[in-house]
Design a protein around this ligand. Structure first.
Ligand SMILES: O=c1[nH]c(=O)c2[nH]c(=O)[nH]c2[nH]1
Length: 307
């Protein structure tokens, strides 16, 4: 008996990057663009490659990269959820010994800007660190109706300079924080919707494009709800605000099973300038504290009776 055994494994290609230019059928100079970074990791009958140095089953990671690029050229990649479904079905049907895979795709945000009052045909401004991320996990023994798919908004940085409070919390001998009904609130939004396969449909229907509108609409709705709630609410806490955001998304998107938020509470501390001629500081000058930060996560589901 050998000393060790292979408990788990997966492999593939990470950081496969492409820029896809989608040309309007009527006017070839009117474009949409997508810049994406793809990671595909395969699972399956690969144990001997680890345990017996037998490379026979290995689909080289170079082939994985080529496949991602060829499918990105041949097929529509908008929206990415559809492209991920296509990749999943391709790898699991082409290779009998590939039992499943994970696909993660990160999309940059590029937006057309106005020229002479109209959106430019093919000129774009990069929108900064904010990304859209989709993750798909598929095991073919479960069939194409069972998978786990999520869509995220990552690094959407927001700040509000009033209408945020925090009081009424637990106070003990370790507490120094003062309650406030007016503070700065800032965070880098990381919001993830977990799709419900039963309500969305199987991978084949996603890959056919019949769910494109749901993906596009839900992404924009989740982003709008996040920004709207952040702006409109007089926030009692990060916890309460993120829960309200998640509930609103669940109400607006019936194909979503769970909404997850991960929000750092990026602290801004009021400078005390009283030492200088008794100078008052009425929430006007703050110190952006780089660390530490609060970190608050939640996963919100739908009560069964409510759709
Ligand atoms: O919204 C907040 N939630 C907390 O849990 C917390 N803790 C803290 O020190 N400040 C805040 N703010």
């Amino acid at each position: 008996m050998s000393y060790s055994y292979l408990a788990d494994s997966t492999y593939g290609k990470d950081n496969v990057k492409f820029l896809k230019v989608k040309k309007d059928k009527q006017n070839q100079k009117v474009h949409e663009i997508m810049e994406a970074t793809v990671c595909v990791l395969l699972k399956g009958d690969f144990d001997v490659s680890y345990t017996e140095a037998n490379n026979a089953p290995i689909v080289p990671t170079d082939t994985v990269k080529n496949t991602i690029l060829i499918l990105a050229k041949k097929y529509d990649t908008f929206p990415l959820e559809k492209f991920a479904a296509r990749l999943a079905l391709h790898f699991t049907s082409k290779y009998a010994h590939v039992s499943g895979l994970t696909v993660k795709i990160t999309q940059d945000r590029w937006a057309k800007y106005n020229v002479d009052g109209k959106p430019a045909h093919h000129s774009f401004v990069h929108q900064g660190p904010e990304k859209k991320i989709i993750c798909l996990d598929y095991d073919k023994k479960n069939g194409p109706s069972k998978y786990s798919l999520s869509t995220s908004i990552k690094d959407l940085t927001v700040l509000k300079s009033t209408n945020s409070m925090f009081y009424g919390y637990n106070v003990c001998d370790y507490t120094t924080l003062k309650p406030t009904n007016d503070r700065v609130l800032s965070t880098d939004v990381f919001a993830t919707v977990d799709w419900c396969p039963k309500r969305l449909g199987c991978l084949n229907s996603i890959s056919s494009g019949s769910k494109d509108e749901i993906f596009n609409h839900t992404y924009l709705t989740a982003r709008d709800i996040t920004l709207d709630t952040f702006a409109k609410e007089n926030s009692p806490s990060v916890q309460a605000t993120m829960y309200n955001m998640a509930t609103a998304i669940l109400k607006a998107a019936p194909q979503v099973a769970f909404v997850n938020y991960e929000l750092p509470n990026k602290h801004y501390f009021l400078f005390d300038l009283k030492w200088f001629e008794g100078l008052e500081n009425d929430n006007e000058l703050f110190y952006p504290s780089p660390h530490p930060n609060g970190l608050i996560r939640c996963k919100v589901g739908r009560n069964q009776a409510k759709l």
